[in-house]
Design a protein around this ligand. Structure first.
Ligand SMILES: NC(=O)c1ccc[n+]([C@@H]2O[C@H](COP(=O)([O-])OP(=O)(O)OC[C@H]3O[C@@H](n4cnc5c(N)ncnc54)[C@H](O)[C@@H]3O)[C@@H](O)[C@H]2O)c1
Length: 246
């Protein structure tokens, strides 16, 4: 939650009075962003440096958040990274590394969250940050697209297995959001491949308008509050028919 979509989502929830427990791997940025959030909002904000791919760390952080806040209402499973490679040639270590972050970390977080929701007997909300890549994979982006497709299946499985316990599970699919995920190299490669400047690239959708991290945050916020919605993919990408769920 130290940058990009995670941080924008944290801000929107804080603005609306939610208490926040924020985790990220990047200690320096997380600490400085939490300081800014605490100055801006009166709501309770706790944080911890956690590698979401390390199951033991995640378990400990759930114990810590339970001590601080007494429980959990909404999980936003957001961390991810765009790992590239041509699928027939990529080494298995790269592919597995991507699955650890872009799939298994979501499973670890969701599994901890549902166990807590069940202890609380409160129901709860699971939200996953998937990607348009789950439905519309980009060329040489298999290591990212495959686990993201898995995240959509994971989201549905939680909706099926825990709906009766009042636990809702949904995913947000974004595309082309100007965050740190678009390193200079990735941006240059993706935009020039389409013959576009970076600015044109970010606007190349049906609405011909750039989509921001704050727009994606709204997707998370609105869906978290949509009490009768589960098993769904909410798309926040300005419109891309090739990436629409089908
Ligand atoms: N930017 C886009 O266009 C886009 C599109 C679709 C989906 N997404 C998804 O949105 C999510 C957020 O990405 P973003 O675009 O905001 O990028 P970002 O790089 O700004 O944010 C990702 C955050 O995740 C953190 N992180 C990475 N590995 C971690 C780990 N092992 N443990 C804990 N934290 C870790 C990073 O430190 C960073 O703060 C990702 O899951 C990404 O796949 C982004």
């Amino acid at each position: 939650a130290a940058s990009g979509i995670g941080l924008a989502t944290a801000k929107l929830f804080a603005e609306n009075g939610a208490s926040l427990f924020l985790v990220d791997l990047d200690q320096e940025t997380l600490v400085s962003e939490v300081e800014k959030l605490r100055e801006q909002f009166k709501t309770g904000i706790a944080f911890q440096v956690v590698d979401v791919t390390a199951e033991k760390e995640v378990k400990k952080s759930f114990e810590y958040l339970t001590k601080i806040f007494g429980g959990l209402d909404i999980l936003i499973s957001n961390a991810g990274n765009a790992i590239r490679g041509k699928i027939g040639e990529v080494d298995s270590a790269t592919l597995r590394k991507s699955f650890e972050l872009n799939f298994f970390a979501h499973q670890t977080l969701a599994s901890q969250a549902v166990q807590l929701f069940q202890k609380q007997k409160t129901g709860g909300v699971l939200m996953f940050n998937a990607s348009k890549a789950a439905f519309n994979p980009g060329k040489d982006f298999g290591p990212y697209a495959l686990p993201k497709a898995g995240v959509i299946a994971l989201m549905k499985q939680y909706a099926v297995d825990y709906g009766k316990d009042g636990i809702r599970s949904n995913a947000v699919n974004a595309d082309r959001i100007r965050t740190k995920l678009f390193t200079k190299e990735v941006l240059a490669e993706r935009s020039t491949a389409r013959g576009l400047t970076p600015d044109e690239y970010f606007k190349s959708n049906l609405l011909e308008t750039e989509v921001f991290d704050t727009d994606v945050a709204k997707g998370f916020f609105d869906t978290a509050l949509a009490e009768k919605t589960t098993g769904s993919v909410i798309v926040v990408d300005g419109g891309n028919i090739a990436a629409s769920p089908r």
